[in-house]
Ligand binder design. Structure first.
Ligand SMILES: [Zn+2]
Ligand SMILES: [Zn+2]
Length: 362
């Protein structure tokens, strides 16, 4: 999908107000309406599309940020084996397209280019969530997700027809798959052709419904799915599994499955993007004289050299001991903050030595 300039289509500036957008839309939609002698359906659709996006504050800011290249945005996620898409936050490109299609339907242009009849009976998306350990979020893990959902009926292969039965022409549309409808819109009354509601545009009806699914083409079953969680995933991020949602009606495309990943906290580590922050308590003598200290990392315990004269609060970097980047093999760093341990109940000997130090002005 080539990037379209919605502002240009409506002939407005990037800073146009909601009112300006509405006015530009009404004027252009009226001008290009296909029912007018000199109308232009393509332009009309374009104007509608632009308006749908720019009139919605959320969609508009999304558009300003990402443009209309939805396919490219999703394709970026293809790199993770087993995933068809990866979403950060709640950017949902699919809905935007649905919405654009939606306005098309309203004016009778639905079912046109790029929106097949089957797409209209697409299965519902499913949203679910799983919780994983901190360590598994850092290194990635494969999990099994179990869902009770409509799946394609294996008796009729999702067609809804009893095997061997024949299809008959739809009585409502006479096999055309489309019916005429009169619609009232802001521009007046228009006769439009819409997808037949009885057969969903199929043009045919099933004579004998499948005995297993009753003609729906889908049955509810418990399904287990393997989910590969990539190394570096953060709490609240969502993984999309294409066509693992609910089965579509009578063989239509299944919906998608969205799995939000929750990551349990680990008291030893604080995550900050790809950085891990930890604190280590060391005795006063070590910061003064120098030495080494054991530090916990997600890879296990490592020894950290403490130079003589280290201050409390000073930070040391452990390169590559942080969180892996989602889209590369490199890793973030771990920062260790030094905290000087104040002895709460020194032994008699420690006390004597400390008193000596005090006399020396330390
Ligand atoms: Zn069936
Ligand atoms: Zn029909």
């Amino acid at each position: 999908m080539a990037a379209k300039d919605y502002y240009k289509i409506l002939g407005i500036s990037k800073s146009a107000s909601a009112d300006e957008i509405k006015r530009a839309f009404r004027k252009l939609a009226n001008e290009h309406h296909p029912d007018r002698g000199n109308g232009n359906a393509e332009k009309f659709k374009e104007v509608n599309e632009a308006y749908q996006v720019l009139s919605d504050t959320e969609k508009r800011s999304q558009y300003d940020q990402y443009g209309t290249t939805f396919d490219a945005a999703q394709a970026q996620g293809q790199g993770f084996g087993g995933f068809s898409g990866f979403q950060q936050g709640n950017v949902d490109f699919g809905n935007l397209e649905d919405l654009v299609g939606g306005i098309g339907d309203m004016f009778g242009f639905g079912g046109g280019r790029g929106r097949s009849r089957k797409a209209e009976r697409r299965g519902k998306d499913i949203e679910t969530a799983i919780t994983i350990d901190f360590h598994d979020a850092v290194f990635g893990i494969e999990k099994t997700v179990e869902l009770y959902k409509p799946v394609s009926c294996d008796r009729c292969n999702g067609s809804g027809a009893e095997p061997g039965s024949i299809l008959k022409s739809c009585a409502t549309c006479g096999g055309q798959g489309q019916v005429q409808q009169t619609q009232r819109t802001v521009f007046g009354q228009f006769a439009t052709v819409v997808t037949c509601p009885k057969c969903s545009g199929e043009g045919s009806e099933i004579k004998d419904a499948c005995s297993r699914c009753g003609g729906r083409g889908a049955t509810r079953e418990t399904k287990q799915m393997k989910l590969k969680i990539p190394a570096g995933i953060d709490d609240g991020q969502t993984i999309r599994l294409a066509r693992e949602g609910e089965a579509g009606e009578r063989g239509a495309t299944a919906g998608d499955l969205y799995v939000t990943v929750h990551v349990k906290k680990d008291p030893r580590f604080v995550r900050d993007g790809e950085t891990i922050r930890t604190e280590v308590r060391i005795p006063y003598s070590t910061v003064v004289l120098g030495g080494s200290v054991d530090v916990e990392t997600v890879d296990g315990v490592v020894q950290l050299k403490i130079p003589a004269g280290t201050k409390s609060g000073q930070e040391f970097r452990l390169k590559g001991k942080g969180i892996p980047h989602l889209k590369s093999t490199s890793r973030g760093d771990q920062y260790v903050t030094i905290s000087v341990d104040t002895p709460q109940s020194p032994t008699r000997k420690q006390r004597q030595l400390l008193e000596e130090l005090q006399k020396e002005g330390l």
